[in-house]
Design a protein. Sequence first.
Length: 155
Amino acid sequence: MIQKKLTVFALALFISVLVGNCGEGGSTPFVVSDSNLSGVIGGLDWEFVQGDTDAFFADEEHHAKLYSSSYTACEPFGPSEPKVLVRLPKTPGEYLLGANRSATFFEPPGENTIVMEGRLEVYEVSDTVIKAGLHAVFDSLYTVNGRFEVEICTE
């Protein structure tokens, strides 16, 4: 009888540990680097140069586009190159990536890799810019880590 109770207790403990590790963002501690946002998209080196937000989707969050080259910000279309897309809250704080908040690696002409493992940190939100950091990992071919600043588009 005692052995049966111990077996049931061990099984319950195992299930609670397993379920506890399946939450949003997983159990891996993601740390955002202090350096400029960089990494790999599609197996190719990528480093952030410039980004902006989409004014059309600016109700509750800012939808940011992060590029590896310079361009005219707030135009309808940015450079046709790999980029990172991420929703930035209007409130500074730390946010785990998961089912409710993800990042997307976009590769032209239209391949999207959605990332739900990582961490987003929003440091500052003003009327014109957002300063943030991102550590997003899909696998060794799709991963970025570091800080960035994007212009807030109003039109």
